[in-house]
Design a protein around this ligand. Structure first.
Ligand SMILES: N[C@@H](CCC(=O)N[C@@H](CS)C(=O)NCC(=O)O)C(=O)O
Length: 220
């Protein structure tokens, strides 16, 4: 198999690339790289030492966003997930950035990291940080995303895209950290998350993730 995705399955950025590949019908092999204990050779793939990276034949690339846009350009005959008009492409990039740089620091690097990763590394969970993220910081982002969705099923032009993948990927980590969207306060966003999570592509990925989480929790 020529396409290899390097990274850890619980990373939202790795999940983004895996879901993108699955939705495009691209076969890939996942090679596990622990972001917190990487082999030396991984520096060749990403000098920033973050996951994911890919190898596609002789070609290597890092960063989930760069990878997804490369895969879109590589196989233009496959289902378009990055938009088809300049406006749709730009809006999808905007929401992808919003997910990666505004939602991720809270949903993943605060809620998920404190509740799941820190205890795994023998460190205490900072519940005040989790509370601050859930009660003070994330609500304004959820308000904005709720407004973006309005009455639509998908974020951009009401068509499934990388924007939906990127937002849902971060919310998966929030869920792994034991937190859910308030369905009364953000009904459209909560329904959107359920819609994306129940796609067969993501459901299959999440099944594997739940097994990993069960093993982590069993070790505690
Ligand atoms: N912008 C990057 C972010 C990747 C990222 O932050 N990955 C985390 C795991 S979720 C990582 O590798 N962290 C290790 C580190 O920062 O040293 C992308 O989209 O690929």
């Amino acid at each position: 198999m020529s396409l290899v995705v390097f990274g850890a399955p619980l990373s939202p950025f790795v999940r983004k690339v895996r879901l993108f590949c699955a939705e495009k019908g691209l076969d890939y092999q996942l090679e596990n790289v622990n972001p917190f204990n990487q082999p030396d050779w991984y520096r060749e793939l990403n000098p920033l030492r973050r996951v994911p990276a890919i190898r596609d034949g002789d070609f290597t690339l890092a960063d989930s966003s760069v990878i997804c846009h490369y895969l879109e350009d590589r196989d233009p005959q496959r289902t378009a997930l990055c938009g088809e008009t300049p406006q749709a492409k730009a809006r999808i990039r905007w929401l992808e950035k919003y997910a990666d740089y505004e939602v991720a620091p809270l949903a993943t690097f605060t809620v998920f990291r404190n509740r799941l990763l820190k205890p795994l590394m023998g460190k205490p969970c900072d519940e005040d940080a989790v509370k601050g993220a859930m009660q003070e910081k994330l609500p304004e982002h959820f308000d904005y995303l709720e407004k973006c969705l309005a009455a639509n099923d998908y974020f951009i032009d009401n068509r499934f895209s990388l924007a939906d993948i990127a937002i849902a990927s971060q919310l998966v980590n929030m869920g792994h950290g034991g937190e859910k969207l308030d369905t009364q306060r953000w009904p459209a966003l909560a329904a959107h998350f359920e819609r994306i999570a129940s796609r067969p592509t993501l459901a299959a990925i999440l099944e594997g993730e739940q097994q990993i989480i069960a093993k982590i929790l069993a070790k505690r």
